[in-house]
Design a protein around this ligand. Structure first.
Ligand code: C2E
Ligand code: MG
Ligand code: MG
Ligand code: MG
Length: 287
């Protein structure tokens, strides 16, 4: 009986494995086609400066407009893109699209003047990230100060020496650098001091627990105090409730990003619905 069960387990296991690798193969093949057929999209989410109530910067977030599945979110395909290396051409496309968008906002009096783009570890391991960024800035004519690059601690950790070298080169170009999902990785404190970053994004899991977890509130306050001590800018992501907003405001967090202000939207939607001053009224009671 045990043997029988073992065999069933084995069959179950291989079946699950097969389904997983089938899904991955489908995603991989789909992503190649997505790149060729222009199925990728970039949505933008405003980041609100607490002191002024203004949003100047948006984060660029990739989506996949699949012909049958509809709009697919990055959690479903970024992992496969990273493993297969497809994140390199996808990342280059997102970067170029985001830079063109902001350049066009500069020229046509659009609602936002800067953009933050996510980078994967895999893009740092390729030799030409610096060249790609430099070339994209030249081709789009975008002022480097209008571009921010977000990188996670875990990406830094895959090859700290090389990453540090590339970050320094990127910094010399004049782009801004930030650490994304801060607090979820390992050597946060050491690397904060060593890496040429200008801002830190508090991970949304901490923000989510502000209302019901005192330890979490302490942690968030400590991160804000620490980043200010290091003369860095601090932004909280995933802000959804008035309570979180009030707490972060009281702690003097610099900027906020989250559904309470806006979900990530297409550039067209943002152009139609947003005035740069829109968030002022929403925030005045916290300042
Ligand atoms: P991230 O860079 O930490 O981006 C923040 C994520 O939180 C986004 O999810 C955003 O839509 C979501 N979010 C924003 N406000 C709220 C809120 O108030 N509540 C909740 N629950 N969520 C909120 P999204 O767009 O699904 O992206 C997920 C992750 O995929 C990103 O996390 C980033 O790590 C990755 N990603 C997205 N676009 C790119 C890209 O172009 N390149 C790379 N390498 N990674 C990307
Ligand atoms: Mg990000
Ligand atoms: Mg994040
Ligand atoms: Mg994240």
């Amino acid at each position: 009986l045990a043997k029988e069960r073992g065999k069933n387990n084995y069959q179950f296991y291989t079946l699950a494995m097969t389904e997983r690798s089938l899904e991955r193969m489908t995603i991989e093949r789909g992503l190649r086609r997505a790149l060729a057929n222009n199925e990728l999209r970039v949505h933008y989410q405003p980041q609100i400066d607490l002191a002024s109530g203004l949003a100047t910067c948006v984060e660029a977030l990739v989506r996949w407009q699949h012909p049958e599945w509809g709009l697919v979110y990055p959690d479903r395909f970024i992992g496969v893109a990273e493993e297969t290396g497809l994140i390199v051409p996808i990342g280059a496309w997102v970067l170029s699209t985001a830079c063109k968008q902001v350049k066009s906002w500069h020229e046509h009096d659009g609602p936002f003047s800067a953009v933050a783009v996510n980078l994967s570890a895999r893009q740092f391991l390729e030799n030409n990230l610096y060249q790609t960024v430099k070339q994209t800035l030249v081709e789009t004519g975008l002022n480097p100060s209008a571009l921010e690059l977000e990188i996670t601690e875990s990406a830094v950790m895959q090859d700290p020496e090389n990453t540090l070298k590339v970050l320094q080169q990127l910094r010399e170009l004049g782009v801004t650098l930030s650490i994304d999902d801060f607090g979820t990785g390992y050597s946060s404190l050491t690397y904060l001091r060593r890496f040429p970053v200008q801002s830190v994004k508090i991970d949304q899991t901490f923000v989510a627990d502000i209302s019901n977890d005192e330890g979490c509130r302490t942690l968030v306050s400590a991160i804000i105090a620490l980043t200010h001590e290091l003369k860095l800018n601090v932004i909280a992501e995933g802000v959804e409730t008035e309570e979180q907003l009030a707490f972060l405001s009281k702690q003097r967090c610099d900027s906020l990003q989250g559904y309470i202000f806006s979900r990530p939207e297409t550039s067209a939607t943002l152009e139609n619905e947003f005035k740069a001053t829109q968030f002022k009224t929403q925030l005045h009671r916290y300042n």
